[in-house]
Design a protein. Structure first.
Length: 86
């Protein structure tokens, strides 16, 4: 582990960055809803539910992304058809 992570300067820098990110969440949620609508999926999600996903603390970004797509109203991925080999 880096010594930097244990310093007060790191803690202050992390707080500043988190505050910057937090400030953009409402606009980012509205942008995500507009993106989904422009893609043909004008879901019925309210901005607060999208904000909740954007504020989640999932370990893997893929989990957050899938939750975001679900909340935005995108359909799930289709299962691949079994193809017989010749």
């Amino acid at each position: 582990m880096s010594v930097w992570v244990t310093t007060p300067a790191y803690a202050a820098a992390a707080r500043r960055k988190l505050a910057e990110l937090e400030a953009t969440v409402p606009a980012d949620a509205r942008a995500a809803l507009a993106w989904a609508a422009n893609a043909g999926f004008p879901g019925k999600a309210d901005p607060a539910s999208i904000e909740a996903v954007l504020r989640s603390h999932e370990v893997f970004v893929e989990e957050s992304f899938m939750a975001l797509l679900d909340r935005l109203g995108f359909p799930g991925a289709a299962e691949p058809a079994d193809h017989a080999t010749v």
